[in-house]
Design a binder for this molecule. Structure first.
Ligand code: FAD
Length: 594
C-alpha cells in the first residue's frame, strides 16, 4: 500500500510503528455519522476516514425502516409534534435543546440526501414517501400515528450510506479501510490524533490530526441476541474511557421488539408501521392490554417489555420464548413492494414465507442511547460542567448528545447520526479556520496500543477469546436485559470481574501480523468487558425505571432523584460517577401513557 506522507518515527522491537500520517481531520467510522461529517469538512480541509470494515459495510447500511423528518409530504406534520414525540419517547431524559435542533433541521438533512442522489421511495406525485413508526404521532400525542419516516423500501440505511460514500469519493476524502483504531491521543485536554492497526498488512500507524471525530457506532455485540453487525463492539467507548474521559447514560440500552427468534436479526418496525400485528400463543393481539391507543406502534421500550412479559408469563407461541408478528393480511403485493428484505430475511434465516405464515420474533439487543458525551456542536465533553476536549468530536450511535434520553424512537437514529455528523463537520471547519497549528504529538503516543498488541501476541494463557465472549453475551442478555433488579445486577458485577480475570489469562493461536482476526477480536473483547462494567454499574445505581431501563425492584420513574444524566469514568478497577441536569425547555415531564 502506498502511503501519503510516510514518515517512520521509530521502530520498537517486535511490533514497531509503521508510519505517521498527518491530516487536518481524522474521522474514525464510515457510517452515516462519520461520512456525513467527512462530506461537510472535505470541501475545505484534508479529511481522512478510518474504518475497520469497508465503508459501505458499516452497520448504518443495515438500517431498514426509515429516517424521520416532518416533511408533511402526504399528511399534516410539524417539527413541534416531532419534538414532543421524541421528548415523551425519551421518558423526559432527552435534552430538549438538542432535540429541538434534531427535529428542526431534519427536513433540511433529508432533502440534502435527496439532492445528493439518494434513491428514496416515492409518492405517486414524486415526493419522498413516508411511513408510520412507533411513537411518532399527530397533534402532540393526541392523534394517531403520523407518516414521518422517509424510506427507501426497507433498505433505507443502504441507500443513505452508499449515497454518502459516493460524495466522499467525489470530494477526495482519504479512506483507510480495514484499519482498526486502538487508542486515542489526548493530552492536557487537547486531542492530538489516534493510533490504528492496519488489519490487512499488519503494523501500527499513528494518525496525527488537528481534529479527531468518532463515529464508531454501537455495541450490540455484547448481547447474545442482537440485531447488530459483527463489527459493533463499541471500541470507541473503551478508547474514550482509556483516555480518561467519561461516558454518559450507559445504563440505557434499547431492545428492539422484533428480532427473528433465536437469531436476533432485525424485523424492521416498518413491518408494524405498514400494519403488522403482534400475536401471542393464545391468538390475542396482546398490545391492547399495554398500549390501547397506540397498539403495535407504541414506543420500543414499551412494546419490548410487553412481548417479554407475554413470554415470561407463559403466553409465548406454544409456551416458547417467542411471539408472532403477522403481516399476512397486508397481501403479497404490498409485502413484496414495501418489505422485500423482510420477506427475504424470514425466508433465508427461518424458512418462513411471511406472505403465508406469521414470523416468530423475540426482543433483540439493538441500540445504545448512552455514549460519549457531546454538546450540540458535537464537541466531546470531559466533565459535568460541559467543558469540551479541544479538537475532539463525536456523533452517531457512539455519542450521547442526548436526543434519545432513556429510549430512542425508531428512525430518529439515522437522523441523529446524519444530522449531528453534519454539525460536527461544520464545527470542525470553524475550529480549523482558527486553529492552524498542529498540536504537539507526544513521543510515546503509540505506547499503549503497541503494548496491547505485544501482550496479545505473546500472552500464553489457557482461556479462549470466543468462549469468554460467549459467556459475556449470555450473562449480559440474561442479567442486564429488558428487566433488571439489584440482586441480578450485583451478581453480574461479580461475573464481569471473573471474566476480566479470565481475560488476563487468554491465549490467541494466530501469532502473525497480517489479517489477524484473532488479535483484533481479542482486543475488542477487552473493550467490551470494560464498558459493560459501566452499563451494569449505571443500571445498579439508577434506582428507578425510565425508558428502556426497567428495574423490577424500582418500577416507577423518580424525577425527584433521577431526572439527571449519569456520567461515569473508569480508572483501573474504580468507577466514578457524576451527574448533570437534563435540559428542559418547552415540555415539562408528565406521566408517560400510550
Ligand atoms: C439492523 C438495524 C436496523 C436499523 N434500522 C434503523 C432505521 O430504520 N432507522 C434508524 O433511524 N435507525 C436504525 N438503526 C440504527 C442505526 O442504523 C444506527 O444507530 C446508525 O446507523 C449508527 O450510525 P453510526 O454512523 O453511528 O455508526 P455505524 O454505521 O455503526 O458505523 C460505525 C463505523 O465505525 C467503524 N469503527 C468502529 N470501531 C472502529 C475501530 N476500532 N477502528 C476503526 N473503525 C471503527 C466501523 O467500521 C463503522 O464504519 C438500525 C440498526 C440496526 C442494527
Amino acid at each position: 500500500m502506498t502511503l501519503k506522507d510516510p514518515e517512520a518515527i521509530h521502530d520498537v522491537e517486535g511490533v514497531g510503528i509503521h508510519s505517521v500520517h498527518r491530516h487536518d481531520v481524522v474521522i474514525i467510522g464510515a457510517g452515516l455519522a462519520g461520512m456525513r461529517a467527512a462530506v461537510e469538512a472535505s470541501g475545505e480541509f484534508d479529511v481522512a476516514v478510518i474504518s475497520k470494515v469497508f465503508p459501505t459495510r458499516s452497520h448504518s447500511g443495515g438500517a431498514q425502516g426509515g429516517i424521520a423528518a416532518s416533511l408533511a409530504n402526504e399528511e399534516e406534520d410539524h417539527w413541534e409534534w416531532h419534538m414532543f414525540d421524541t421528548i415523551k419517547g425519551s421518558d423526559y431524559l432527552g435534552d430538549q435543546d438538542a432535540i429541538e435542533i434534531l427535529v428542526k433541521e431534519a427536513p433540511t438533512v433529508v432533502r440534502e440526501f435527496e439532492h445528493f442522489g439518494c434513491p428514496f421511495s416515492r409518492t405517486p406525485e414524486g415526493r419522498i414517501a413516508q411511513r408510520k413508526f412507533g411513537g411518532h404521532t399527530k397533534d402532540f400525542g393526541k392523534g394517531g400515528p403520523v407518516l414521518r419516516a422517509c424510506y427507501a423500501v426497507d433498505r433505507t440505511g443502504h441507500a443513505l450510506l452508499h449515497t454518502l460514500y459516493e460524495i466522499c469519493i467525489r470530494n477526495e476524502v482519504r479512506f483507510y479501510s480495514e484499519f482498526q483504531a486502538m487508542s486515542l491521543i489526548v493530552r492536557d485536554g487537547v486531542c492530538r490524533g489516534v493510533v490504528a492497526w492496519d488489519i490487512v498488512n499488519g503494523g501500527m500507524h499513528v494518525f496525527h490530526a488537528k481534529t479527531v471525530m468518532f463515529g464508531t457506532g454501537g455495541y450490540g455485540k455484547v448481547f447474545k441476541i442482537t440485531s447488530n453487525a459483527m463489527a459493533n463492539t463499541g471500541d470507541g467507548l473503551s478508547l474514550v474511557l482509556k483516555a480518561g474521559l467519561p461516558l454518559e447514560d450507559m445504563e440505557f440500552v434499547q431492545f428492539h421488539p422484533t428480532g427473528l427468534y433465536l437469531q436476533g436479526i432485525l424485523v424492521s418496525e416498518a413491518v408494524r408501521g405498514e400494519g403488522g400485528y403482534l400475536i401471542n400463543g393464545k391468538g390475542e393481539r396482546f398490545m391492547e392490554k399495554y398500549a390501547p391507543s397506540k397498539m403495535e406502534l407504541a414506543p420500543r421500550d414499551l412494546v419490548s417489555r410487553s412481548i417479554q412479559t407475554e413470554i415470561n408469563e407463559g403466553r409465548g407461541i406454544n409456551g416458547e420464548a417467542y411471539v408472532h408478528v403477522d403481516i399476512r393480511h397486508l397481501g403479497e403485493e404490498k409485502i413484496m413492494k414495501q418489505l422485500p428484505q423482510i420477506h427475504e430475511l424470514a425466508w433465508k434465516f427461518m424458512h418462513i414465507d411471511c406472505i403465508k405464515e406469521p414470523i416468530p420474533i423475540q426482543p433483540t439487543g439493538h441500540y445504545s442511547m448512552g455514549g460519549i458525551p457531546t454538546n450540540i456542536d458535537g464537541e466531546v465533553l470531559f466533565d459535568g460542567k460541559n467543558t469540551p476536549v479541544k479538537g475532539f468530536y463525536a456523533a452517531g450511535e457512539c455519542a450521547c448528545v442526548s436526543v434519545h434520553g432513556g429510549n430512542r424512537l425508531g428512525t430518529n437514529s439515522l437522523l441523529e447520526a446524519s444530522l449531528f455528523g453534519r454539525r460536527c463537520g461544520k464545527s470542525i471547519i470553524r475550529f480549523l479556520r482558527e486553529n492552524r497549528d498542529w498540536p504537539e504529538l507526544p513521543a510515546d503516543s503509540a505506547k499503549g496500543a503497541l503494548d496491547e498488541v505485544e501482550w496479545l501476541l505473546n500472552t500464553d494463557g489457557t482461556e479462549k477469546v470466543g468462549e469468554i465472549r460467549d459467556d459475556l453475551q449470555v450473562l449480559m442478555t440474561n442479567k442486564c436485559g429488558i428487566f433488571r433488579d439489584r440482586a441480578t445486577l450485583e451478581e453480574l458485577t461479580g461475573d464481569l470481574k471473573k471474566l476480566e480475570e479470565r481475560y488476563e489469562n487468554i491465549k490467541i493461536d494466530d501469532k502473525s501480523e497480517k489479517f489477524n482476526s484473532d488479535l483484533l477480536e481479542a482486543s475488542e473483547l477487552g473493550h467490551m468487558i470494560e464498558f459493560c462494567e459501566l452499563i451494569v454499574a449505571g443500571a445498579l445505581s439508577r434506582e428507578e425505571s425510565r425508558g428502556a431501563h426497567s428495574r423490577t425492584d424500582f418500577p416507577k420513574r423518580d424525577d425527584e432523584k433521577w431526572l439527571k444524566h449519569t456520567l461515569a469514568w473508569k480508572k483501573g478497577e474504580e468507577i466514578r460517577f457524576d451527574y448533570k441536569p437534563v435540559t428542559i425547555t418547552r415540555f415539562q415531564p408528565q406521566e408517560r401513557k400510550y
